[in-house]
Design a protein around this ligand. Structure first.
Ligand code: M6R
Length: 631
């Protein structure tokens, strides 16, 4: 989604902004732009381009952009097409105010209508453009009070304007009359200030800052700040000055390195043994007294005892992890669990039930729907006097410092390191592991599984890192070869049952989002109720058949598909029954419980190789964004 970088200090702004924007590319965007104020001439120069940053860089070669204060933006179109006129920064009519924004201004049409009636001419279709015009109007009013033309005046003007905005935003504002100042503000969209040496850099995400400094001040919701080369002033929504200490960026938040891999996605698929090792190291501890393993989540789990049900809120791949979580929490730990799309939960939440644990799952920690749904749940539970409705919350994320990290106290940080590829791979794997930990914890507390069964599961989890390494070695080349045969395919069906049904959904999502091939996942038993009509020899079927309670059923469902001439690919160990597959992606034997952690790996590799073979932008697929910060 849109990314913001803003800088003020003593160094030339242009290279700092461009470097920051490059680091935000992974979020997904379709146009980009920058504006820099020249403190001598008090002029703002803007440059914008459609498409990738290289187009903007081409423009910049022709233009001289001196100045040490500037703002930059990568835009993911919401209001208005990805055209130059809609690219940020947007300015007021005289070009003396420039604004970049992330989020959606929901009442922009009303505001625009009013401004148009006052004679303001708009140059874009965006919601953002109302902001510089409103700031101009506010500055006109303030000028009647004879206030100095400085950053403090700009701060007052921006504060007055944002109080009229509905929706979400992170924004950065330049004013030619206060050429060393920058005003930034946020509501339900992330913004982090980095404290560099001789400059302050403010951005939507830490990678844009990490090259300059590892000292950051994440802005809280509804805060506004004035940044000058001399310092920072932060205010809350009540206009109270805020004082707090900066924090250090973790090393993992600073590293964005493709190593020798062609794409980040492939590197991140290969990071998964490390993700497993990190999880085991962080969260599995051996009790020295009784030799038993315990899950060491970093919060008091006493409240688990009173939990009678669980609701999980997530989007996309995170929802698929949540569905595996539901299976584990219900079937292994005996706790009734429901999974909701965050975007649906917000507008049709289930009736409130007591003693509920709410789990938010989001790798980025910034997904607008997930954040809003959790917020709503906190509010509606807190409004009840009965203690049984107290919000009990856990968030599973890869970005502890994100919005969900500030919203929810109990965090399971999956510690996967920055995931750059838009397609979630290692973070999905880390989310899955987090649910195994929760299932074990609940089974221990509720006594729903004997210690033998729990130990068996833990032993399998401990053995994961080398198993995943083997799977990667075994399947990378073979899936690349298979990709050659598949790269022209139009439709693919993924089948799974039970704990592997969400893996079928995830396999299909991975394929469609990066290769643009239509793919759909189904519970294998549902095929004959409709989707089987799609099958013929042009539609391959990928069937996940892990030994366990539904193995025979999955094989029968695969037989039905084979009888319709589909090319059958099996994700299964080599065993009786799997000979029906035309191609078998062999998986090591395991219990059905841990099979999702193994089955997902060849599916990720296959999707990756198909997309790479089609020559597509694997890490930044069209129309998609890494952090979906708008509703
Ligand atoms: O950051 P989140 O985990 O909340 O993101 C949710 C989805 O936007 C995300 O999983 C999306 O579906 C990915 N592109 C999947 O690869």
């Amino acid at each position: 989604m849109c990314g913001i970088v803003a800088v003020t200090g003593y160094k030339k702004a242009l290279p700092l902004l461009m470097n920051g924007l490059e680091k935000l590319e992974y979020r997904g965007y379709d146009s980009a732009g920058i504006a820099i104020v020249n403190s001598e001439t008090k002029n703002i120069t803007c440059n914008k381009a459609e498409g990738k940053l290289k187009n903007l860089i081409k423009n910049l070669n022709d233009k001289n952009m001196p100045g040490t204060v500037g703002i930059g933006h990568t835009r993911w179109a919401t209001h208005g097409k990805p055209e130059i006129k809609n690219a940020h920064p947007h300015t007021n009519s005289s070009g003396t105010i420039a604004v970049v924004q992330n989020g959606i201004i929901e009442n922009f049409q009303d505001l625009k209508n009013k401004l148009q009636k006052e004679g303001v001419i708009f140059n874009s279709d965006t919601d953002t453009e109302v902001i510089p015009h409103l700031i101009q109007r506010e500055l006109n009013t303030l000028s009647k009070l004879n206030l100095d033309k400085n950053g403090s005046t700009l701060l007052v003007a921006v504060r007055n304007v944002i109080s009229d905005l509905e929706g979400s935003y992170a924004l950065a504002v330049l004013w030619a009359d206060a050429p060393t100042s920058l005003v930034v503000a946020r509501r339900q969209a992330p913004l982090i200030i980095g404290l560099g040496e001789g400059e302050f850099i403010c951005a939507s995400d830490t990678p844009a800052i990490a090259n300059f400094t590892n000292i950051i001040l994440p802005m809280e919701d509804e805060e506004i700040a004035l940044l000058t080369p001399l310092g920072i002033e932060i205010y809350d929504s009540n206009n109270e000055r805020q004082y707090r200490s900066p924090v250090s960026l973790k090393v993992s938040e600073q590293i964005m390195d493709k190593m020798n891999f062609k794409h980040y996605m492939l590197k991140e698929i290969y990071d998964q043994p490390e993700t497993a090792k990190n999880w085991l190291k962080n969260y599995l501890i051996k009790d020295l007294e009784n030799g038993q393993y315990q899950i060491n989540y970093p919060f008091d789990t006493k409240f688990f005892e009173s939990i009678e049900r669980i609701e999980i809120i997530a989007c996309g791949t995170s929802k698929h992890a949540a569905m595996v979580g539901k299976f584990l929490l219900e079937q292994f730990s005996g706790i009734p669990t429901n999974v909701f799309y965050a975007s649906e939960f917000r507008y049709s939440p289930p009736p409130l039930l007591p003693n509920t644990l709410t789990i938010g799952v989001t790798q980025s920690g910034e997904t607008a729907d997930t954040i809003a749904a959790i917020d709503m749940e906190i509010k509606r539970r807190s409004s009840k006097e009965d203690k049984k409705f107290t919000p009990n919350l856990i968030a599973i994320t890869n970005r502890k410092e994100s919005s969900i990290g500030r919203q929810v106290l109990n965090i399971i940080d999956i510690c996967a390191g920055i995931e750059v590829g838009v397609a979630a791979t290692k973070t999905f794997f880390g989310q899955l592991l987090s649910f195994y930990g929760l299932a074990i914890k609940f089974a221990q507390i509720k006594g729903t599984q004997g210690s033998d069964e729990i130990d068996k599961l833990i032993t399998e989890l401990i053995k994961l890192p080398p198993l995943i390494e083997d799977l990667l070695e075994q399947h990378n080349e073979s899936s690349e070869k298979l990709a050659h045969d598949f790269f022209n395919i139009k439709d693919v069906i993924f089948l799974g049952r039970g704990i592997n049904y969400p893996i079928a959904l995830e396999g299909a999502l991975k394929l469609k989002e990066i290769s643009y091939i239509h793919a759909a996942g189904y519970p294998a038993g549902e095929m004959k109720h409709g989707p089987i009509a799609l099958l013929d020899k042009k539609v391959p079927v990928i069937s996940i058949a892990s030994p366990g309670q539904v193995f025979d059923k999955v094989i029968s469902n695969a037989q039905e598909a084979k009888a319709r001439d589909s090319f059958m690919i099996g994700i299964a160990p080599e065993c009786n029954g799997t000979e029906i597959f035309d191609y078998l992606m062999k998986i090591p034997s395991s219990t059905e419980w841990v099979s999702p952690l193994l089955n997902i790996v060849p599916l990720q590799l296959l999707s990756y190789h198909i997309a790479a073979h089609r020559g597509l932008d694997v890490d930044q697929p069209r129309n998609l964004a890494k952090s979906v910060t708008v509703e």
